[in-house]
Ligand binder design. Structure first.
Ligand code: CTP
Length: 409
């Protein structure tokens, strides 16, 4: 699966760097071409000579190396590859990536590359758990970067144990294979198709400063939009208020309320496929105050709610200009499949991606998702995977369904 693939391995400075030499060997055994970049700190642990000898090509170390820049510049290093792997990925390199720094060869190549990136983090458990590291990782995941590990176990430092050990070379190889297989299958699979995706929560104004909202982060919807764009679709993402950057390579429309989301969706149709991943507020305040509601002696304010338009049902039940495939989500906290099946029928959509969003599931705002795909044909249970993986799997299913003249319902 990775034979003849080009892998750019970035080794940053951690004790696990010695395992990276074995990783190079494992990749070469499988027929991959491996090119190595080492940070300055990495060279304290293994030498460019040994990495280069195993890779069969000199290891690159300097951004301003006159010989390298004439021979193969950093932009070519970033582009002439199928995948970039960072193993070990230190807390420092992860932070630099998340911040978009480019002050050495490794970070510059990471900023310049348009290829998939896989991280194999390795660090002390305290550094791993630190909020800054977790925040940086969350940012990188939102940017579409994948990760393998770290594993739990003993650290190199005496008496230290916990999460932070780099994944074993063969685990990293398996992650590379998975990533390359997914991307190869998906690349171009949706070429020529228009996909509209809704994502995030909606905010329903109470007055100019207050609103009703929900806990949706938009991670799943944004990941679907990104996966569809990677598969070659022309993507429009209609997003409620989220704390995520706009994914590249698509048109993004920002809205606040359910009514604005419906208007944006209708304005952006027609599309071949519509995926409604947004957690749209079911109700809004009947009359939002024009001014900030003040405390008064007269008593507590009473909010009268009215129902919002159902965007999914409105589009799915369209007589004209209905997308060929309409996919809804069902966020449930109990009796997930029963409710999902009922929603499929009630809303008139083709598929429902059902997920358990009860507090215990950790789905809302989290990075993983366990979903069931509900279609008229039946129910598929998908394994627990990252929201990125769910997105890629869904895109693969969409591509498959659209190959048939009518969607496989
Ligand atoms: N949805 C929508 N417009 C709404 C409400 C929901 O487009 N006003 C869409 C969501 O984007 C999702 C699907 O409908 O794809 C199901 O959302 P969910 O909140 O699970 O269902 P509800 O219709 O709100 O049903 P209930 O609140 O009874 O669970």
């Amino acid at each position: 699966m990775i034979s003849n693939k080009r892998i750019l391995l970035i080794i940053s400075g951690g004790i696990a760097a010695y395992k990276s030499l074995d990783l190079i060997r494992r990749l070469k055994e499988r027929g991959a071409a491996v090119r190595v970049i080492m940070t300055k700190a990495a060279q304290q642990f293994v030498t460019p000579l040994s990495a280069g000898a195993i890779a069969g090509e000199r290891a690159y170390t300097d951004l301003f190396d006159a010989v390298t820049e004439f021979d193969i510049g950093h932009i070519r290093l970033a582009r002439d590859t199928d995948l970039v792997v960072i193993a070990p990925a230190t807390a420092d390199l992860i932070a630099k990536m998340a911040g978009g720094h480019a002050d050495d060869l490794a970070s510059t190549v990471l900023l310049a590359t348009d290829k998939p990136i896989l991280l194999a983090p390795a660090m002390n458990p305290h550094m791993w758990r630190h909020r800054a590291t977790q925040r940086n990782l969350a940012q990188l995941r939102a940017d579409g970067v994948s990760a393998v590990g770290p594993n739990e176990g003993e650290m190199a430092e005496a008496g230290e144990a916990g999460p932070g050990r780099m994944a074993e070379p063969l685990e990293i190889v398996a992650a590379i294979e998975g990533l390359l297989a997914g991307r190869t299958a998906a690349r171009g699979a949706l070429a020529g198709l228009r996909i509209l995706v809704t994502s995030g929560p909606t905010h329903e104004a109470i007055d100019p400063v207050r609103y009703l909202a929900n806990r949706s982060s938009g991670k799943q919807g944004h990941a679907i939009a990104r996966a569809a764009a990677e598969a070659g679709a022309t993507v429009t993402l209609v997003s409620g208020p989220v704390r995520l950057p706009d994914p590249p390579g698509m048109s993004v429309v920002h809205v606040e309320s359910a009514r604005a989301m419906l208007a944006a969706v209708e304005a952006r149709l027609p599309a071949d496929v519509a995926v409604f991943a947004a957690a749209v507020a079911d109700w809004r305040v009947a009359e939002a105050g024009a001014q900030k509601t003040k405390k008064t002696a007269a008593g507590l304010p009473v909010l009268t709610l009215v129902e919002n338009p159902d965007i999914l049902a409105t589009i799915a039940k369209r007589k004209q200009g209905r997308p060929r495939l309409v996919v809804g989500f069902a966020a449930e906290t109990e009796r997930v499949l029963e409710h999902a099946r009922e929603k499929l029928a009630r809303k008139g959509c083709d598929w429902i991606v059902a997920n358990d969003v009860s507090k215990e599931s950790g789905v809302m705002g989290g990075d993983r998702n366990t979903v069931h795909l509900v279609t008229a044909r039946g129910i598929e249970a998908w394994p627990s995977q990252s929201k990125e993986e769910v997105a890629h799997a869904l895109v693969a299913r969409i591509a498959e369904a659209l190959k048939a003249p009518a969607p496989a319902k």
